[in-house]
Each structure stands twice: as structure tokens, then as C-alpha cells.
Design a protein around this ligand. Sequence first.
Ligand SMILES: [Zn+2]
Length: 414
Amino acid sequence: MSQICQRRDTCRLCRSKDLTLVFELEPTPPANAFVKKDQLDKPQTIFPLNVYFCENCFHVQLLDVVDPRELFENYVYVSGTSPLFVNHFQEYSRFIMQNYLRHDPSFVVDIGSNDGTLLEFFKASGCRVLGIDPAKEIADAATKRGIKTLPVFFNDEVSKTIRTNYGNANVITANNVFAHMDDLTGFIVSVCDLLASDGIFVFEVSYLADVIEKTLFDMTYHEHLAYHSVLPLISFFRDNGMELVEIMRVGTHGGSLRGIVQLKGGPYKVGRSVENAVRMEKEMNLDKAVTFQGFATRIDELKKKFQALVISLKSEGKSIAAYGAPAKATTLTYHFGIGREIIDFIVDDSPLKQGLYSPGKHIPILATEAIYQKKPNYLIILAWNFAESIMKKHAKYGNEIGHFIIPLPKLMVI
Ligand SMILES: [Zn+2]
């Protein structure tokens, strides 16, 4: 095993060793490790991608941990670039300001703040704000735009420095980062230290219930170490001196969970939303390993159907390209066996990705116009959760040039 990938043998939330392997995916390189042309001759390391279930607290997780410096320091994702996210963060900030701000001005810290989109809304309403994001380029750009952002990983030391220099935080937010950390206990202890006694910690993470319901298996990649559900989180927060007081389901990333957490003995009552979520998760059997083993079987059946289709298209001499190069496309291309022998190129709307090559498979990523210039017979929508809007936007391709292949949640050719 490489030094940049380490294997833990205990549950990330409760430290139990009673862990069951439930889903073995094809090993991949880091999902966002896009490659420049001059690096194509350098082989990319691939890492195991196996999903485990904790029999003690029911937490679903990866145990093979790739060094975060390998994953995040050159991150190309910028939240402000997507209007959907800007709207989401505006709603998010309003929700917190209306329900949980008890001080004026409040001090809001966002961990994993990316380009500062969320904090901008808080700042505009008079809050003091501070961002934390280890992607240096993005952090520096946010600071230049007026959202002071520390280019570091959040830890005990950073928590203490912030407390000394700025005081305790009234609100700490962490969106799509709570699933990304190996040492969640260390993280949450540092959050506790920084939080004011009547403050709240708010997190958003992809929700395991949505992963299962919507077949989002390709959300599994090395950046996502934890696949959260409410049941294990209740005991996790309790064991660390905190209390989960409210849960909401929100639409981001195919379905996410927003949790509101306070220090034990804080000012808020535990809402009905928490017990409702627990009841639903038990009804879905999210507390049983067999649920996830069954999910893996379902994915493997989809994979077989998909492979049979593309192999028959290739044998008929058809040309195939793909649409969208999100991180999850790395998992999908590896697990479903989509390489250069199947597809000629991928198109992506993001100029940051155009001109690069896909992680590991080294499929060229071109601007979207390429589908009209090269006219592939089939277009596999790798960003399949946006299939409807992609097909609408490119109705001309569907009407005049070729067919769309949607691989999930059910294989379709349109
Ligand atoms: Zn556990």
C-alpha cells in the first residue's frame, strides 16, 4: 500500500472494529485528479474503493484513506460558478439567520468555504465572517474579494488561533466537508472548542437515504470517506458533548442532509425531525448490512446491462462520446468499464476542465461544441443526475445527430 493511502481498522464514528465489507467498487485514482497533456505519460496511482458498514453504530464508510493533500490542494471546483449553488447558499443563510442568530453582530465561520459564496450572504447581513479552505488559490481569491479565508485545514490549532484572534463563533458551518474527513472526532472536538455556548454547528452532507433511493452509487469516491445517516450521527454527537437538534433534507448533490447541532445543554429543544428521520431510516433498513449488499448487487446488474449495450454498439461500428466530467464520473467510468476503447472524448461545460484528460482513463475533455463538430452516434450522460436539462439544452444533438444513453438510475437510450 502506498504511503499516501492508509487503511484504518476502526469505525470513523464509534471506533468499533466490527466492520462488514458491503460494496467492492473498482479501484480508481482520486476522482478529481484530472491530468494535463504534458503529464499523460506519468502513471496515476489507483486506490481501493471499498465500502464498509459498522455493525455497532451503522455508519457506512470507506476505510482506505487517501492523503487529503493529494485530494484537495489543487481542487478545481468553485461553488460560486454554479447559479444553483448560489441560490442554495442564499436560502441556507436566510434559514440560519431567521432561526438561529441570537447576537448582533454574530460571528460566522465556514469550514471548507470554497470561494466564500455562503459567507458573502452572512456578511451582507452584517455578520462578521471567516472562511477556512485548504485550496490555497481559491482561498486567496476569496480573501481578495473581501471574504477573509485562511488557506489551511481546520484542526485544533486553527480552532484555538481563531478563538484567540476573533472570539468564539456563534455559527460554524461545514458543507460537503463533513463527509470528507478521516478524523471526524478530532474535527468535532475542535468545532466544540470554537463554538459559543449558545452557538450552532450546521453541516450539510450527502444523505445515505438518497444514495440508496436514487442509485447514487457514483457518489462513492475517495474524497467521500463517510456516507452519513441520522442514526449513527445522533450517538456520535452525543459521545462528543454535542446534540443533534434538527434535521432537514435538502436537494443539493442529489439529496443531502442538513443538521443543526448544539453543545450539550444548549438553548434549543430537540425537534421532531430527528425522531422522524430515525424512524424512516429504520424502515429503509439502513441499520442492516444486507441493505447495502443488496444495493451493490443492484449496481452490478446495471453494470452488466450497460456493458452489453456499449459492446454491441461498438461491434456495429458506432462512435460514442460522453457528457460531463464531474468527480463521480471517475467512479462510474471505472466501475462500468468505460475507457478510451469505448468513448472517444468527454465534453464538459466547465472551461476549467476542457483541455484536460479524465483521471486514470485519460479520456480527452473537450468543449461542448465538440458534439456538433465530431457528431458521435451516441452520447453517454455521465452527469446523469442532470440528464433532463442536458437533453433539453442539446435537443439539437438528440433530434439531428445521435442518441443519448443514460446509465443510471435505469439504463435508457433516447
Ligand atoms: Zn461505528
